[in-house]
Design a protein around this ligand. Sequence first.
Ligand code: NDP
Length: 324
Amino acid sequence: MASTVILVTGGTGLVGKAIQYVIETEPEGSRFGKKPGEQWIFASSSEGDLRDPVQTRKLFEKYKPTHVIHLAALVGGLFKNMKYKLTFYRDNSLINDNVLQTSYETGVKKVISCLSTCVFPDKVTYPLDETKIHLGLPHDSNFGYAHAKRMVDVANHAYKAQYGCNFTSAIPTNVFGPYDNFDLEDSHVIPGLLHKCYLAKKNGTPFVVGGTGKPLRQFIYSRDLAKLFIWQLREYDDVEPVIFSVGEDEEVSIKQVADAIVKAIGFEGQYSFDTTKADGQFRKPATNKKLLSLIGDDFKFTPFEQALDETAKWFVENYDKARI
Ligand code: NDP
């Protein structure tokens, strides 16, 4: 019988699928591979709607987890976040409260919840670090989602103070990889542009990227992020969050992203930037100093172009079943 049961909520999404991939492909017993006595459960919403406390309890009673990696969330791009602020606030608050409270009530030994760099204040000094979460209001465009996520950090501290729980959180920057949401209207930049470029090649139409291509962002490959969650589960026991990101010197511009996509898809048609479209913030760098000081400098992130190639390959091969 398994002595450690790890329940991954949101186990069927971009990040959950990547954790499953790493656990199943890294050598057994290695730093990121499956360890003896471990059972991993990757739950989807069809096994229980975590907005509902009764369904949450049933899921926990079914699997009896000793550890939880809590990824489940209502996630969306800018448009959906702006349009449904209350839904993002309520659904995510309910999901997070049910998961943490049920974990406490059923004696889960450790919970890692997933925040996002959206939780940070809109007006803040850069680079972002783990001490700056609560220093001001988040950006108005996603304040519902951001506030619900921020409160997980508040809850983690309160569960620790009142009950001594080992609850903590991770703050990833922009994630991409296989199993992402490739919707054309409401996805993040990489999956959205990959899909657009794929269609431009298929239909023989121009590939037009919104904005100047100049803004810089930090992207993390979902399979690298997966390793960081596995590390945090096994090797980090502190309530304070850890930013999961590539270094500040590894920012890439949207033009570099688009160039890499053109190459990965093999697009040879007309390719341009629509500079009448808004660019968004020029950069919002986050530091990964805390992460590297803990995990060790020998942790290697996958080079951006390689990660993008793997993602593009997955998308093309799985076009019929991808979220589009
Ligand atoms: P996805 O949208 O790919 O997956 C979301 C997961 O949550 C799915 O497994 C989904 O289940 C599950 N889920 C959604 N609603 C419910 C619900 N009511 N009850 C139970 N399960 C539910 O998200 P990601 O993998 O991209 O995100 C994972 C985490 O990472 C989230 O917490 C997100 O906030 C965070 N994050 C993501 C970033 C990104 O760039 N993608 C950046 C920073 C943080 P199903 O599909 O079965 O319905």
